[in-house]
Design a protein around this ligand. Structure first.
Ligand code: DGL
Length: 289
């Protein structure tokens, strides 16, 4: 290992695009001394409408890129990618790999008082059943009601967060959910925390909203602390961003997610991601789908 101290290495995070910045923002807030490398696969977003096989392929390529940069921990910030590819990524790489499903599922299982939990996410996340399975593994007595909300991602990317049009769409998706008497709702997609205000209005104050980005950041902080991998406060930090397309758009929309300007954005080619995954497959005979 060319680095003397593993704790000094950055945390690697990937998402299908800008959405994972909700997770990154919480990580920066909770762990301000950590360096981070974020990869947004903006050329191939959205993942939420793709087959599991395709999402696994993209996830392996993104992970290979970040692991090769030298990171101490890999976070799959995308709910869709976490739902379908976490196990295969964990089995492929030697560093710790964290997804966003477990912490959100645990927080929901703890929060519910009437054992009725709702989960909303992309089509692929809901189809995978990953949240429901994880929540029921924690407590088999909990009923889980799942619903995909495909229009929420484009609304957020368009910057439509809380006007009457957004409220109409949120009502249309969530009316059945509200009638199903849940007391806890998991926001199982990177973009949904930005719609929290309207979702809260539609679901009412009695329903607890679980933000998987906040739960992920708490989980990362606990893991780095318990494994002695927290970077010392007085060491220099770097925050780098890589995208596979349109860095200007990433910068513009990213500001909305991070509430600050994003510097140091580099565009990389999809072909180079694919090459890294092929090289990895050859080197270890793993990572095949
Ligand atoms: N990042 C995705 C997720 O959390 C949402 C956007 C997409 O469909 O790629 O599921």
């Amino acid at each position: 290992m060319k680095f003397k101290n593993m704790a000094d290495l950055p945390i690697g995070i990937f998402d299908s695009g800008v959405g994972g910045l909700t997770v990154l923002k919480e990580i920066h807030a909770r762990l301000p001394a950590e360096s981070t490398i974020y990869l947004g696969d903006t050329a191939r977003v959205p993942y939420g409408i793709r087959s599991a096989e395709t999402v696994i392929k993209y996830s392996l390529e993104n992970s290979s890129f970040l692991v090769e940069k030298g990171i101490k921990l890999l976070i799959i910030a995308c709910n869709t990618a976490s739902a379908v590819s976490l196990d295969i990524i964990r089995n492929t790489f030697k560093i710790p790999v964290l997804g966003v499903i477990d912490p959100g599922a645990k927080a929901a299982a703890l929060a519910t008082k009437n054992s009725r939990v709702g989960v909303i996410g992309t089509e692929a996340t809901i189809k995978s059943g990953a949240y429901g399975r994880t929540i029921r593994r924690i407590n088999p007595g909990i009923s889980v009601i799942e619903r995909s909300c495909p229009l929420f991602v484009p609304l957020v990317e368009e910057g439509w967060l809380d006007d009457e049009v957004v409220e109409l769409i949120v009502r249309r998706y969530l009316t059945q959910m509200k009638l199903s008497n849940i007391d806890t709702l998991v926001l199982g997609c990177t973009h949904y925390p930005l719609l929290k205000k309207v979702i809260k209005k539609v679901m009412g104050d009695d329903v607890v909203l679980i933000d998987s980005a906040i739960e992920k950041a708490k989980n990362v902080s606990n893991i780095l602390t318990s494994s002695g991998l927290l970077k010392p406060l007085d060491t220099p930090i770097s925050r780098k961003y890589y995208v596979t397309d349109a860095p200007e758009r990433f910068q513009e929309i990213g500001k909305r997610f991070m509430l600050e300007a994003l510097d140091d954005i580099t565009k990389i080619e999809i072909a180079s991601l694919e090459e890294k995954a092929v090289a990895l497959k050859k080197a270890c005979g793993c990572g095949g789908v």
